[in-house]
Design a protein around this ligand. Structure first.
Ligand SMILES: Nc1nc2c(ncn2[C@@H]2O[C@H](COP(=O)(O)OP(=O)(O)OP(=O)(O)O)[C@@H](O)[C@H]2O)c(=O)[nH]1
Ligand SMILES: [Mg+2]
Length: 425
């Protein structure tokens, strides 16, 4: 059986925009043709898409780097460069994507909506765009803008309405197998289940829910005992938990102690999970030698406001009643958790000490250079804050003083990659 992989770290890169072309229309008997340099193509995006047939992050174990295609450069005869092809990465439903450095959530892939994880750079404009009445022979075009690189952590958190928790060997997988069409492995030893299993439970007319069975947890799981407690991430979104306890005394343990130990491990994982609504199922009543353990557990949990159910998963006793009760609870519980993005991109560090080249053509000043290109690729001109930040960096870089010393006049055009503006002192 393939290993179950539910976290992965990958790096994605969107495509660079192609460069615009400088070209002039040439035809026999036409002395000076107009500018006809085409635009560079847009770089491809890196897009995430849910594939409902995937159930692990296995695919990301060996392939860690993903790149979309670059846009092609523009050419003469007004030909635009081809856009780079976007790359679509398929992920299982419930994949939460975080920024590796900050740990902040970028997106939660819990629906079929696509998500653009890295946007391709815009292509540069060819010189055909730059012909104006005063600038008839534009000997310049724009370089394309670079794509983005992102380093992210993928974490699979399955989507299920109800999660089964409990000690190993208490009958969690047996319960899943009798209420759904899932075929989890069942055996009489601890840690039979090594990966989560999902099943759909139908409770009469059009009412159904998704039930998740995860590996058993034991005391000290938070410190790594047994299979550890990382699997609890798969029931973290659940609206309701069913806590299965072996009340038969078949392993010589005390049901109340088992119950408390598992609750303690839930709390160690996270308090929210520990306070999730819970139904308690005392299982294996068919082989209980006496009812002491069962009754002690019933008293303990009902005193704490929880509902208790007697169960024999193997003999299909009490199973239907438990599932109906779960469906009844779900009817008035909030929907499955979807994680809200909280990622705030840090402003890119821009080192403005590098040289910029300034070309002066007619009344236009064309400014280029690596740091400026990097800056332009990272500014969201639709956002006020971003524009202010951009403006400040330009001022502090000394660019305007330099333009002044070279003789720029009010009303001249300043041309920076995909941005042109009129200069005003
Ligand atoms: N007598 C009896 N045996 C049961 C019952 N439910 C489960 N079992 C048996 O208990 C053993 C463990 O069952 P599983 O369903 O694999 O238990 P689990 O809780 O999923 O165990 P892990 O995956 O190891 O955590 C199997 O031998 C089952 O046949 C029950 O109601 N009565
Ligand atoms: Mg199991």
């Amino acid at each position: 059986m393939p290993a179950f992989i539910d976290t992965a770290r990958i790096t994605v890169r969107s495509g660079d925009g192609g460069n615009g072309a400088v070209a002039f229309h040439r035809e026999k008997y036409v002395a000076a043709g107009g500018p006809d340099g085409g635009d560079g193509g847009r770089g491809g995006d890196v897009i995430l898409k849910v594939d409902r047939h995937m159930s692990t992050l296995m695919d990301f174990r060996y392939k860690r780097k993903y790149s979309a295609q670059n846009g092609a450069d523009g050419t003469g005869k007004r030909c635009s460069g081809k856009d780079g092809e976007s790359l679509t990465i398929k992920v299982p439903l419930g994949t939460v994507v975080r920024d590796t450095e900050s740990g902040q959530i970028i997106c939660d892939m819990s629906s079929d909506e696509l998500f653009v994880l890295a946007r391709g750079g815009n292509g540069g404009w060819g010189n055909k765009h730059f012909a104006t009445p005063t600038r008839q022979v534009p000997h310049f075009a724009k370089a394309g803008l670079p794509g983005q690189t992102r380093d992210v952590v993928l974490e699979l958190k399955l989507l299920a309405d109800v999660g089964l928790v409990g000690f190993p060997n208490v009958g969690k997988s047996t319960l899943l197998s009798v209420v759904s069409r899932a075929h989890p492995k069942i055996a009489n030893y601890h840690f039979t289940t090594l990966m989560p299993n999902l099943g759909v439970v139908s409770v009469g007319e059009g009412v159904s829910f998704v039930l998740a069975d995860i590996p058993g947890i034991i005391e000290g799981a938070a410190e790594g005992a047994g299979l550890g407690h990382d699997f609890l991430r798969h029931i973290d979104r659940c609206r309701l938990l069913i806590h299965v306890v072996d009340v038969s005394g078949s392993e010589g343990r005390d049901p109340v102690e088992d119950f408390k130990a598992v609750c303690e491990e839930l709390a160690q994982y996270n308090e929210k999970l520990a306070s999730r609504p819970m139904l308690v199922a005392g299982n294996k009543v068919d082989i209980a030698v006496d009812r002491t353990g069962l009754e002690a557990l019933r008293t303990y949990v009902t005193q704490r406001g929880m509902r208790f159910f007697e169960l024999s998963a193997a003999a299909h006793q009490g199973v239907e009643e438990l599932m109906r009760a779960a469906a009844g609870e779900l009817a008035h519980l909030p929907p499955v958790t979807v994680y809200e993005p909280d990622y705030v991109p840090a402003p890119p560090k821009v080192d403005t000490s590098g040289e910029l080249t300034i070309q002066h053509v007619d009344d236009t000043w064309i400014v280029e250079g690596p740091w400026l290109q990097h800056l332009m690729a990272n500014v969201n001109f639709g956002d006020f804050e971003s524009r202010n930040w951009f403006d400040r960096i330009l001022r502090e870089s000394g660019l305007f003083q330099r333009l002044e010393s070279m003789g720029i006049q009010n009303g001249d055009t300043v041309s920076l990659y995909n941005l042109e503006f009129e200069y005003q002192r």
